[in-house]
Design a protein around this ligand. Sequence first.
Ligand SMILES: [Zn+2]
Ligand SMILES: [Zn+2]
Length: 151
Amino acid sequence: MGLLGVIAVPEDGEVELDLLIESVVEGLLVSGTAFAKVEGECSRCLEPLTDEVEVRITELYAWPDSTTDATTDEDEVSRIVNDLIDLEPVVRDAIVLALPQAPLCEPDCKGLCSECGGRWAELGPDHGHETIDPRWAALQERFSDDNSEEK
Ligand SMILES: [Zn+2]
Ligand SMILES: [Zn+2]
């Protein structure tokens, strides 16, 4: 679950739930927190990263034939089906909503060098590329040819 290729709860990841289920007139009210470790990659430098999300969950599961059942659509309010409640879609949606859209390995990640694609964190502050105007590049090549002929 999660944003594919950006950040998600890993396949074998666990979601910890700390929920309270209360019986109310219309059904069961589930409230509490869900906690999950998520894995993804930095949106600037593409380094793998892990993060944690914790979300609050409050969800009513309506009894079949209750007023809520009769007056709402299934995608508005969850239903109790065969005396069971399905937590998965509710928890999944809450976690997906809580995931950062553009996760960063560090808050001030400097990303990648646009010339060579290296990570600024590893390249260091002195890193740079001499950008030579193509016309000058041609001249420079001629000079280096002359030098080699002299030898
Ligand atoms: Zn980064
Ligand atoms: Zn570079």
